[in-house]
Ligand binder design. Structure first.
Ligand SMILES: C[S@@+](CC[C@H](N)C(=O)[O-])C[C@H]1O[C@@H](n2cnc3c(N)ncnc32)[C@H](O)[C@@H]1O
Length: 232
């Protein structure tokens, strides 16, 4: 899928995205709890880049926790941006958050950030070189020793446990028992439209994109979160 096709899918999902994501809220909460420790070394006036910021949930959680931080959110789906802007207004956070409609290219590399988040985004870039370039674009916008915290659907799809993990993931995300057809469809989607791969493979892409070896800090179902420091 081309990047604009992905943005168009999220345009359609924007209005109902947060309602749907409610099922994953315990996972997101745990991830955000750990994220505080990952970002503990950032300065008290940090400027954080949120890539694929969606409806703004991670930026809002961080902005509420760290009242002196500023945020730049970059998101290619106009529908997601619209929902995000309204949430930032409702939460009284507009002053500290700049929302940019577009891709990373639309942000000058001259603008340098202390840290970046990229939750459930890079998995949609199915071409390995394009995914590597995506991480490089993030690295280029980080200060020396800047930290990226990211999450993706991660699993070794060749491993024996993949089918059982898919079934578990289906139960977690839908609260229903998967049929063999459900699992077949999920497997096909994760093989074509979502680049599910092992952490070992993903780490190679991240490192080739300009980061030190990523450190996994959270796993729940198929969601794996990891952090990485910009390579010297
Ligand atoms: C699954 S949502 C995650 C949103 C948010 N980070 C969260 O965790 O709730 C993925 C988001 O990434 C955006 N996206 C997809 N491809 C992107 C790209 N190449 N660069 C930046 N954002 C992208 C989508 O438009 C969508 O809003």
């Amino acid at each position: 899928m081309q990047p604009d096709d992905i943005a168009a899918i999220f345009d359609q999902q924007a209005a109902g995205y947060d309602r749907q994501a409610q099922r994953r809220e315990p996972i997101e909460n745990a991830l955000r709890f750990l994220l505080e420790a990952v970002f503990a070394g950032l300065p008290s006036n940090a400027h954080v880049l949120c890539v694929g910021s969606g409806t703004g949930s991670e930026a809002i959680a961080l902005a509420q926790r760290f009242p002196h931080w500023r945020f730049t959110l970059v998101e290619p789906s106009a529908g997601m941006v619209e929902v995000c802007r309204q949430k930032l207004i409702d939460a009284g956070l507009v002053e500290r958050c700049h929302v940019q409609l577009g891709y990373l290219e639309s942000l000058s590399p001259a603008q340098q950030f202390d840290g970046a988040t990229c939750f459930l985004v890079s998995q949609f870039i199915t071409d390995r070189l394009a995914r590597q370039k995506f991480f490089r674009q993030i690295a280029q916008r980080l200060k020396p020793s800047g930290i990226l915290a990211s999450s993706d659907l991660v699993f070794d799809t060749g491993a024996l446990g993949y089918d059982a993990s898919l079934a578990l993931w289906h139960r977690i995300t839908t609260q229903t028992e998967p049929t063999p057809e459900h699992l077949d469809r999920l497997k096909k989607t994760y093989a074509t439209d979502v680049a599910v791969m092992s952490m070992v493979e993903l780490a190679q892409i991240v490192q080739a994109g300009g980061f030190d070896e990523p450190l996994p800090f959270f796993q729940a179902g198929l969601v794996q979160a990891w952090c990485a420091t910009k390579a010297r």
